[in-house]
Design a binder for this molecule. Sequence first.
Ligand SMILES: Cc1ncc(COP(=O)(O)O)c(C=O)c1O
Length: 405
Amino acid sequence: MSFNLQKIRNDFPILSRKVNGYPLVYLDNAATSQKPQQVIDAIVDYYSRYNANIHRGVHTLSQEATDAYEAARKKIQTHFNAKEAYEIIFTAGTTHGINLVANGFSEILKKGDEIIVSAMEHHSNIVPWQMLCEKTGAILKVIPMNEEGVLVFSEYEKLLSQKTKLVFVNHISNALGTINPIEIIIEKAHEYGASVLIDGAQSCSHIKPDLQKLNVDFYVTSAHKMCGPTGVGILYMKEEWGNKLAPYQGGGEMIAEVTFEKTTYAGLPHKFEAGTPNICGGIAFGAAIDYLNRIGFEAIEAHETELLKYATEKLLEIEGLKIYGTGPDKTSVVSFNIEGIHPYDIGTIVDKLGIAVRTGHHCAQPIMDFYKIPGTVRASFAFYNTLEEVDALVNAVKKAKMMLS
Ligand SMILES: Cc1ncc(COP(=O)(O)O)c(C=O)c1O
């Protein structure tokens, strides 16, 4: 499929609505993406034609639902180039996947073991590890970042030692847009025998990661950032971890055999999928992946790079505007403030003009503390945004500045 922007926009019914009398300009894609008709249709189709519980039924509807759910898992495996489909565990999203891994490591880590996170993590990649440290006596270390919002690699190398057991880094920062050099981060951690979890919540809508090539131990993401529904995501886990990690939750689906004396667990992926899953969500996630691949990640990246360049240039023409996250490897996120104006006030005014941006700390308070700011205005662009929408944002921010200065 060639990159026909108008045709792509026609796939997203929400993009033709108005907000406060103005055409919606949706620039909050880092929080969640909009959904194309193809994904909405997959949801309606499931509930209209073959809604049933999976894996346990012999009846036709159950088998159809099981086949569709497992076909989605296979599609996701192919997309991320995992070696086996069973290494893809369906979760409720990135946060769930991270907590699942943290729970598993609570029985592996010992007092004095060290775990490393980066200075630019989302709270969901900080809090579970702090809880894990409290439980196990492990120590949390932090890779610092510089003014540009780029991790200081030499400091990371200094933190690594034989005590390091785990390294957790986001692929792309949600607050800054920085793309982290995960290939080399993973390689270095492995030299010390440490395992690595990459948080791909922000990357998978922009980049197609090759999990076998990355040689990563765990990779998590959420469908809703990738044009799929909320409440579903995946945890990729290398097969060897399937035996080493304890299950997160007990219940149906995750067992091999249950007696009152003892329960034995199923293998991957079911060991970590207790209870009835988000069946419809998994199937619609597969439809979203099909949709993105039909557009093509090269085309997505090229268009988003153009949006980022144009938005950065135009916004910087506004006097007193400062962008946070100015490193050389960035995705289409522009986080900014205007001197003397609270980000919340800018967000409120631009909303009156139909423009959706996010304001606040973006669940990354340590980044805001680093820059000594309460938060930022964040415009995050997707492949369905246009250069005209960038102009609308810039004009609205200028108007807000005039009103608030
Ligand atoms: C980098 C990053 N990690 C984790 C999350 C949490 O994702 P979810 O709320 O879908 O679990 C987000 C959400 O914005 C994120 O941007």
